[in-house]
Design a protein around this ligand. Structure first.
Ligand SMILES: Cc1ncc(COP(=O)(O)O)c(C=O)c1O
Length: 355
């Protein structure tokens, strides 16, 4: 790297996002997006907002904050909107961690956590998941740092109950516990949102990228006590006050208010998750139980990487992981029924070709 680049950036291993190829049309089951378009109401509001793009966006996201506070039953002071939930997570690393306050998270979880830690010069400790790939909540008691837990976890799809999350929050009175609820809408576990009124050391993050079909708009949320939100806002106003653009903010209002569209999409994804699980099991895969819009599937017959490559050749994208315990696994986003059928047809074809 060039002599002009500082050591931290020169040595950092950047996050590798899932492929977004433009060369041809793939059956795209690799980045946990929603297969359905945004709510028509969200699109209409975004189009209207386009007319005001000559002006900076509202740095306070006033309309969006009002709608969200009412919808989620919190005070306006308890909410922050960001450019995707990745941004609020990065803000949390900046505000709640430092060299004496490490980050603590599972060894198998969202791959961005170690990158945010490195970028911000934060040491981190990874706690191994149990052999069934679940989190043992007690492993996080008195963690000695800021805890980051994706719940449901990615890429396992497994979730902790609100009581288990509360146990972790109670047992870390001197540290913040960040609960990343990117996938919470797809499961049966209760969100930890209500805990923000009870404890001043929990931050709950959410995204509009999955259940609300707005991955391309980049919209995320953080919910916490007034003090924590004020600290995160300080980071926002010290980096990019206009972090949410006007069209995205308008689309966010529409996505929240179009409750019926949201509920219906989540219902279909849950049904399709059962269908995908059944079909993969019939093909000989072990499928981990999932509370998310993806499943982790493991095979004795083919490695995750080989299966990924063979599927890609056949126009289907999934995600594999370069981690010892996930060698036999791929993570597959729950798509439409047609997309699932295409995945299964490609899988049968791979099986035939191997004979
Ligand atoms: C666990 C988890 N958290 C957060 C995110 C970030 O989502 P976004 O920045 O699109 O809101 C993702 C994206 O895949 C994720 O898997």
């Amino acid at each position: 790297m060039s002599k002009y680049i500082n050591d931290k950036i020169a040595s950092i291993e950047a996050y590798v996002p899932g492929e977004q190829p433009r060369d041809k049309k793939y059956v795209k089951l690799n980045t946990n997006e929603c297969p359905f378009p945004p709510s028509p109401y969200a699109m209409r509001l975004a189009r209207q907002a386009a007319g005001g793009l000559n002006l900076y966006s509202d740095p306070e996201c006033g309309a969006l904050v009002s709608v969200a506070a009412e919808y989620f039953g919190v005070k306006k002071e308890n909410v922050l909107f960001t450019n995707g939930s990745d941004e609020v997570l990065n803000f949390a690393f900046i505000a709640f961690c430092d060299k004496d306050t490490p980050a603590v998270f599972p060894d198998i979880t969202y791959g961005f956590y170690p990158v945010f830690a490195d970028l911000n010069g934060v040491p981190y400790r990874e706690i191994p998941l149990k052999s069934d790939l679940s989190v043992d909540p007690k492993d996080y008691y008195a963690a000695g740092g800021t805890v980051f837990l994706a719940n449901p976890n990615a890429p396992t799809g497994r979730a902790l109950s609100i009581d288990e999350i509360e146990g972790i929050v109670l047992n870390n009175p001197n540290n913040v516990v960040v609960v990343d609820e990117a996938y919470v809408d797809f499961g049966d576990v209760e969100s930890a949102l209500s805990l923000i009124n009870k404890y001043d050391n929990i931050l709950v993050t959410r995204t509009f990228s999955k259940s609300r079909s707005l991955a391309g708009a980049r919209l995320g949320m953080g919910f916490a006590s007034e003090n924590l939100i004020a600290a995160l806002k300080k980071v926002k106003y010290s980096t990019n006050p206009y972090n949410v653009n006007s069209m995205t903010a308008a689309a966010g209002v529409g996505a929240i208010l179009d409750e019926e569209y949201f509920r219906n999409n989540v219902k279909v994804i849950r049904e399709n998750r059962d269908y995908l699980t059944k079909k993969l099991s019939e093909c000989g895969f072990e499928v981990y139980p999932s509370s998310a819009n993806f499943v982790l599937a493991s095979s004795k017959a083919i490695t995750g990487k080989d299966y990924y490559l063979a599927l890609k050749e056949r126009g289907v994208l999934v995600r594999y992981f370069d981690k010892p315990r996930l060698q036999s696994c791929v993570r597959i986003t729950v798509g439409t029924k047609e997309e699932i059928d295409a995945l299964i047809a490609a899988t049968m074809d791979i099986r035939e070709a191997k004979k």
